[in-house]
Design a protein around this ligand. Structure first.
Ligand code: F6R
Length: 608
């Protein structure tokens, strides 16, 4: 997804912009550019492809100046070309704009601008903003930006510079994240926190409809009418090292290894001395929690898979019916939710447009919405009634790993809380399960301590074109997540099915060239899973199983066995996930793929 950095201060702006954009690379992008106010000129450099191309262009023709804006673009309106890359300029070349989000009425605005004599040179929605600012500019950039944003439908985070006011950036946002890092004699605008951490830990978080005038010496914020407002300030604890690779080859591998910590920290303080699950974030009285009789979970992608795990947990432990829907379907489905429904929105980034739209829809219908997210201050936290944070730390790799297992940890806590509040499960059982859950980080450490079996297995399947992932019960979402990981980072086609469903169609795909990965950990359907394995083997498939330590028999039915330590059946989701993450990672690396930034993907999908 697009990234924004803006700088005003004593340093060379281009250095700060390129450095900041590099910190946002994880968001995914296909072109990049900077605009620097330099000796009475607005110097704009843009390149298609990775930042290295832009850095080389800037190095070749250095742009000197201490105010500037930069952008990494993930194409939405218009192809990833240099003409469509940001920053975009107005007709005079004196105004430059970078933008994240989507201007929904841009076609009408383009027509209007063209009729008024403006010449638009790109296919983007963003360029309309530069021309609108031009048309409203009468010597005060902030006023022109305020007038401009009143004309925009859709979502935006904007940063604008004007040659006539060379020492300032005007920034504005609606439904797209934008923060300002407050430095000492310098300020940095950014779409995401890692871009400013090198300079400051004090961050001003702009809210929807706010417009900031940013100079080296200060920031003033107004609403859309120009009335001064007091913005929200945050202190950020993350250090830069936390956002770097820490000795691992890739962010993804580092994040896979960070899972024990992420799960541990997510579970911290969740049970008191009396065996009561602590979840004050629900913002509900015990009576209200006890009266919940329906749960609706909204999420996309990997978070959706966490939602499916939660369905099994909540239905089994708390005996509350749970519906799980992908957010993009929910918002247009006339969903049956009301004030009796607890809606849980799962989104690691907290910025996924479809999930946010679902949250709004659910609240309009009277439901109470609890968000589960990893990002403090993210949009979902402002739009929900309560927030349960996962404490996974920043996840830079585009493929979700530690945020997924941290979500499952948080959802285990939620399910236990509901079971306890409903009186379906006694304190003794809740305590026993929570204690076992608290040992999962050690289990994950044990799996990560010896990856040799996974390495061996991966080496044999680097050239396959297609694969099937099977499971039953809690193993179904884990198979789905395993398939998603493999396809998104290695580009091998992978499909997941409930194992019992296979003979209703997918079995036709089985050949010796289509390996079948089966989640076959101990549980009440284990024997059934073994039968399904035999069915696929009878058709010539090679089988890779994830099985429980001590299950020596399973080796007779599989080419490869990836063992995980034993745990309660419903707690096996996290352990069973780990070998599948590592398997996908290793296969992708052997295929030479960029695991941290897979093609066509973005870390947070802030457009519909
Ligand atoms: C897959 C992945 C995506 C996200 C999805 C939802 O590895 O990362 O499928 O899970 O885009 O993102 P969030 O959780 O930020 O709403």
């Amino acid at each position: 997804m697009c990234g924004i950095v803006g700088y005003v201060g004593p340093r060379q702006a281009s250095d700060v912009l390129l450095g900041g954009l590099a910190r946002l690379e994880y968001r995914g992008y296909d072109s990049a550019g900077v605009a620097v106010v330099s000796n009475g000129e607005l110097d704009v450099t843009r390149r298609v492809g990775k930042l290295a191309a832009l850095s080389a262009a800037v190095a070749e023709t250095p742009v000197l100046g201490s105010t500037g804006i930069g952008h990494t673009r993930w194409a939405t309106h218009g192809r990833p070309t240099e003409a469509n890359a940001h920053p975009h300029v107005d007709c005079t070349g004196r105004i430059a704009v970078v933008h994240n989000g989507i201007i929904e009425n841009y076609m009408q605005l383009r027509e209007e601008l063209a009729q008024n004599g403006h010449v638009l040179r790109s296919e983007t929605d963003t360029e309309t903003v530069a021309h609108l600012v031009e048309s409203y500019y009468q010597g005060d950039l902030a006023t022109a930006v305020r007038k401009t944003i009143k004309r925009l439908d859709g979502a935006y985070a904007l940063s604008v510079v004007h040659l006539d006011e060379p020492n300032l950036i005007v920034a504005a946002r609606k439904e797209s994240p934008l923060i300002i890092g407050i430095g000492d004699g310098e300020n940095i605008v950014a779409s995401d926190i890692p871009a400013v951490l090198e300079y400051t830990r004090e961050v001003l978080a702009l809210s929807d409809g706010q417009v900031a005038t940013v100079t080296a010496s200060g920031v003033s914020v107004t609403d859309m009418e120009g009335n001064p407002v007091t913005p929200e300030m945050l202190h950020i604890d993350w250090d830069l090292a936390a956002a770097e690779k820490g000795g691992f080859e890739d962010f993804m591998l580092k994040e896979i290894h960070e899972q024990p910590k992420a799960i541990r920290e997510t579970l911290l303080g969740r049970m008191d001395a009396k065996g009561q699950i602590q979840l004050s974030e629900l913002q509900m009285t015990p009576e209200q929690v006890a009266s919940i009789d329906r749960v609706f979970i909204l999420a996309c992608g990997t978070s959706f898979h966490a939602g499916l795990v939660a369905k099994t947990l909540i239905e089994t432990w708390a005996r509350i019916p749970v519906e799980v829907q992908t957010s993009s379907e929910f918002r247009y489905s006339d969903p049956i939710v009301d004030d009796e429904t607890l809606v849980v929105a799962i989104t690691q980034s907290g910025e996924t447009a479809d999930t946010l739209a679902g949250v709004r829809e659910a609240r309009l219908r009277g439901a109470k919405v609890i968000a589960i997210t990893n990002v403090v201050g993210s949009r979902v936290t402002r739009e929900s009634d309560g927030v349960i944070y996962t404490h996974a730390g920043p996840e830079i790799g585009v493929a979700a790993t530690k945020t997924f297992t941290a979500q499952i940890a948080a959802l285990n806590v939620l399910a236990l809380k509901l079971a306890q509040a409903k009186g379906v499960m006694g304190t003794e059982r809740v305590t026993a399960l929570f204690e076992e859950l608290s040992r999962i980080p050690e289990t994950v450490e044990a799996i990560l301590a010896d990856l040799s079996a996974i390495d061996e297995c991966a080496a044999e399947y680097t050239d396959v074109c297609s694969s099937l992932f099977l499971g039953r019960g809690i193993g179904v979402p884990i198979a789905m997540e395993g398939a998603l990981k493999l396809k998104e980072i290695s580009y091998i086609h992978a499909e997941a099915y409930p194992a019992g469903e296979m003979k209703h169609g997918p079995i036709a795909l089985i050949t010796p060239q289509v390996p079948v990965v089966v989640v076959a950990t101990q549980g009440h359907t284990y024997e059934k899973v073994v039968s399904n394995i035999q069915e696929v083997r009878a058709r010539g498939a090679e089988v890779i199983v994830v099985a429980t330590h001590g299950d020596d028999e399973i080796g007779r039915h599989a080419e490869h066995v990836l063992y995980v330590p034993a745990t309660a059946e419903l707690l096996s989701a996290i352990p069973a996930t780990i070998p599948l993450q590592v398997l996908s990672y290793r296969i992708a690396k052997l295929r030479g793929c960029n695991v941290d930034q897979p093609r066509n993907l973005a870390k947070s999908v802030t457009v519909e």
